[in-house]
Design a protein around this ligand. Structure first.
Ligand code: FMN
Length: 189
């Protein structure tokens, strides 16, 4: 990887701002690294569960992210039982690893109807798999995808902590906490 000067990595404030810039780019650009974070949950056995998701919205003011899913997905059940979530992105272009710890809320029904309306018809079939996601099948194609608003779930992730690692000609790592109003603290990489 070619060493590059990213001036934004030199201060805590601009490093934190850059993380949000990359998250917002993920929402708006299908090719950006931030488009497809890894979302981590912990299941009922205490086993970590990781999967790729699409980042649907990022709100720097509220420090919130949004992900869409089928309400019958394992991740939704896991987050209902234990709202602790992790988000991970390696943004190669920015040489920036973003790790976030979040508290998740699952929102369904009328309060997410406006978001459902904005999803193009062809994409709504991601929410409404029959039989439910995770059901054992005799054949790999023994399922249907029928758009169902009742099955649409929005995972709201209230970020509590960021761990940001920038790999430049020198490496910098910092941690930021919501409880500290995101002031940030350098830490050894
Ligand atoms: C590129 C990509 C994007 C994905 N986006 C989503 C998504 O936004 N929401 C979702 O529920 N699953 C998404 N998936 C599928 C999940 O990675 C996962 O396979 C599925 O949701 C089942 O996970 P679970 O059993 O842990 O709930 C995506 C998979 C890939 C490869």
């Amino acid at each position: 990887m070619a060493a590059q000067v990213h001036e934004w990595a030199q201060s805590l404030e601009s490093l934190h701002a850059q993380a949000w810039k990359r998250l917002l780019r993920g929402v708006n650009d299908r090719r950006a690294a931030g488009r497809h974070p890894t979302l981590a949950t912990v299941d009922a056995q205490g086993t970590p569960q990781l999967r790729t998701i699409v980042l649907r919205s990022a709100d720097p003011e509220a420090s919130m992210l949004r992900v869409y899913s089928d309400c019958h997905a394992a991740k939704v059940a896991e987050l209902r039982a234990n709202p602790a979530a992790g988000v991970h992105i390696w943004d190669r272009e920015a040489h920036l690893q973003i790790r976030a710890v979040a508290v998740a809320s699952i929102v369904t029904g009328s309060s997410v109807a406006a978001l459902w309306e904005k999803i193009p018809e062809h994409a709504r079939c991601n929410y409404g798999t029959q039989p439910r996601p995770g059901t054992l099948l005799d054949d790999g194609l023994d399922y249907e995808r029928i758009p169902a608003f009742e099955d649409f779930a929005v995972i709201e992730l209230a970020i509590q902590q960021f761990d940001l690692l920038h790999l430049g000609h020198v490496h910098r790592r910092a941690r930021f906490h919501r409880s500290d109003d995101w002031a940030g603290q350098w830490i050894a990489p």
